[in-house]
Design a protein around this ligand. Structure first.
Ligand code: PGA
Length: 257
């Protein structure tokens, strides 16, 4: 059965002391039940020490961004091989904050996805529409473009080596969540777009939801047949909330289409 996945995106938060406490509480509280994979994405400076602390544990490690380039004169950038070297398994690509604030276009996102695959990292491709795009009724065409740009660049077999995260931009950090029906409809659409390239890959690909995911809305979202897990921002900074979201998924039966 397809594994479900919950990833905590710590964004640019914390310091050595608070991260240490957060990690400790997470590792103590996390039950390793069910068919669930859990990972955290701390800021770059803390990745190496957290990698050491996660050795022998079931919680995976991810980065929040990477360079599309392999190495060289790119001041301030971090390459896929460096992330792999220090023990990352995942890397977020195309998070809406990167797209909106740092100019990550669909093409740059596709290059970053390719760079991650080349180093055998698991890229978590974030896609999502803005509120203006939703109001204009173009959510599905925006999703189609964001996902097909990556498929055309890396090929469908390589898309299958990653994860897709649907994160409606209007739901990120706003406290406003997509309703289970709204999220399910977009997840289904993404699977249909991918299915036009390869149906088996579309069925098996993990497509997770993100955007104000909280313990009290997690269960309703996780019962949807096309939602395979969550990408959690704010609530991942509170160990009790993050653990409650992980517990919600292990106790929620997968919905049927
Ligand atoms: P949020 O963030 O849970 O705080 O809305 C999600 C994300 O940005 O990945």
């Amino acid at each position: 059965m397809k594994q479900r996945l919950v990833i905590g995106n710590w964004k640019m938060n914390g310091d050595q002391q608070t991260n240490e406490m957060l990690l400790k509480d997470l590792l103590v509280g996390m039950t390793n039940g069910g068919n669930l994979e859990v990972a955290i994405c701390p800021p770059f400076p803390y990745l190496a020490s957290i990698a050491t602390q996660l050795q022998g544990r079931t919680v995976g490690l991810g980065a929040q961004n990477l360079s599309p380039a392999t190495h060289g004169a790119f001041t301030g950038e971090v390459s896929a091989s460096m992330l792999r070297d220090i023990g990352c398994r995942y890397v977020l690509v195309g998070h809406s904050e990167r797209r909106a604030l740092f100019g990550d276009t669909d093409d740059v996102v596709a290059q970053k996805f390719a760079a991650a695959i080349a180093q055998e990292l698991v890229p978590v491709l974030c896609v999502g529409e803005t509120m203006d795009e939703r109001r204009a009724g173009i959510t599905t065409s925006v999703m189609t473009k964001q996902i097909t740009t990556v498929i055309k660049h890396v090929g469908i077999e390589n898309l299958a080596r990653g994860v897709v995260a649907y994160e409606p931009v209007w739901a990120i950090g706003t406290g406003e969540t997509a309703s289970p029906d709204q999220a399910q409809a977009v997840h289904r659409h993404l699977r249909e777009v991918i299915g036009a390239f390869d149906e088996r890959i579309a069925r098996n690909l993990q497509i997770i939801y993100g955007g104000s995911l909280k313990p009290d809305n997690a269960q309703a979202l996780f019962t949807q047949p096309d939602i395979d897990g969550g990408l959690v921002g704010g609530a991942s900074l509170d160990p009790a909330s993050f653990i409650a979201i992980c517990d919600a998924i292990t106790t929620t039966p997968r919905g049927t289409a």
